[in-house]
Ligand binder design. Structure first.
Ligand code: ATP
Length: 234
């Protein structure tokens, strides 16, 4: 049985329709990558699953229950956490204070604590009293991931965690994925870098103009099929 799925998911911003009947699904401890060009609807899909954008109850199912109409804080309490695009840290708060915000409203017990987050990203222990603004982009991204983990999620939604970071820093961040999986979470990464997405994911969904245009395991997708699904066949 799938852990989380969307059925005929649609999303609007006012009169503008951003998603047209998106169906995705994934199981326990799976890593899914969502790829697609700017404006394809990847962020909108993440926001819809996280409950930031409202939907029909049956458009999103998590752990056997319909969660599509629940508010974002309730969805998070049930175990779906989001690492938002742009990290969205509290700039004047320290690393540790930002991480502790992730425990707010937490209902799930689990393995994530300040100590286990610091084991995952040792640099954060060294910088634990540093304010968010004084961190490098990569360190801020680590805090954003750590903060989401502090809620002990079963699903971690990561929106464009590579954005604006140097390749060596991106590598460091993606090194955390196996440990997060081993702790029992499924991960969805929205990723513009196709090679990075194929390297990390068990399965990939490609989106274009608000629709899923391709899905499969990295090994089953040809470069040409991905190119066509990403840019459209010409
Ligand atoms: P990006 O890589 O640029 O973040 P994306 O694939 O995540 O792209 P979305 O951000 O989900 O795409 O945007 C999908 C569509 O919805 C785009 O056409 C975008 O212009 C539009 N859109 C996104 N947010 C809003 C908003 N708040 N109001 C109106 N339109 C929006």
């Amino acid at each position: 049985m799938s852990l989380l799925s969307t059925q005929n998911l649609v999303a609007h911003y006012g009169d503008f329709q951003a998603l047209f009947g998106v169906d995705i699904e994934f199981g326990e401890a799976e890593t899914i990558a969502i790829i697609g060009a700017n404006g394809a609807g990847k962020t909108t899909l993440m926001r819809s699953i996280a409950g930031v954008l409202s939907n029909h109850a049956n458009a999103v199912r998590f752990d056997g229950a319909e969660i599509g109409a629940l508010p974002a804080d309730e969805i998070m309490a049930q175990g779906v956490a989001m690492v938002p695009e742009g990290r969205k840290l509290f700039p004047s708060l320290s690393v540790e204070e930002n991480l502790l915000i992730g425990t707010y409203g937490r209902k799930k017990s689990g393995q994530w604590t300040l100590d286990t987050v610091y084991e995952l990203f040792p640099i954060l222990r060294e910088r634990r009293h540093t304010p968010g603004t004084a961190l490098s982009g990569g360190q801020q991204q680590m805090v954003a991931i750590g903060r989401a983990l502090m809620s002990n999620p079963r699903v971690l939604l990561c929106d464009e965690i590579s954005l604006g970071l140097a390749p060596v820093v991106i590598k460091d961040i993606y090194k955390a994925v196996p440990a997060i999986k081993a702790a029992g979470a499924s991960i969805i990464v929205v990723e513009q870098d196709i090679a990075q997405a194929l390297a990390v994911a068990d399965r990939v969904y490609c989106m274009m103009e608000g629709r899923v245009t391709l899905s499969g395991t990295p090994g089953s997708l040809s470069r040409e099929a991905i190119h066509n699904a990403y840019f459209g066949a010409h």
